[in-house]
Design a protein. Structure first.
Length: 159
């Protein structure tokens, strides 16, 4: 499954319910590589709302954010970005657990995150770090929640 970081405490697991990691193909070409992203026939595709890029600087963190309706399809074609997911969904079999993964061209996956999962991410690569999100709905600021990186709700250690 790639470079999944397992933590020693029992709240970290290999994957959260509904989160999908899809191995993506890189077709090497002497004139420039082709990096696959998402096809409408992929099992994790639901619909198209918008696609956007986000840049995260080395050592900087963004999040915590939870979408209530949006499904994220995240790909990291440039640099290396670490993701931490937290599941607080009442009906989930993985409620209270974390999942961590590094994505890059060397660990080239699409990370599909359903609504209701908290997410934060940070720049691991020393150069430019860019993610692509192919979302199932257009951006709507009323359908997400935000928390500061340090908060009393999500008990996560950045060590």
């Amino acid at each position: 499954m790639g470079n999944v970081r397992f933590m020693p405490d029992s709240r970290h697991i290999a994957q959260l319910e509904g989160v999908v990691l899809t191995s993506l193909k890189i077709i090497q070409n002497e004139n420039g590589d082709v990096l696959h992203g998402l096809k409408s026939v992929d099992a994790s595709f639901s619909s198209f709302g918008e696609a956007y890029f986000s840049n995260v600087l080395f050592g900087k963190k963004k999040g915590w954010k939870k979408h209530t309706r949006m499904t994220l399809n995240i790909i990291v074609p440039v640099g290396e970005i670490g993701f931490v997911l937290f599941d607080d969904r009442e009906a989930s079999s993985t409620k209270g657990f974390f999942f961590e993964i590094m994505l890059s061209r060397k660990n080239y996956f699409r990370l599909t995150i359903p609504p209701g999962i908290w997410m934060t991410f940070y720049g691991k690569g020393e150069g430019e770090n860019i993610l692509l999100n192919i979302a199932n709905i257009p951006h709507d600021p009323t359908e997400s929640e935000n928390l500061p990186l340090e908060n009393d709700y999500i008990n996560y250690s950045w060590e």
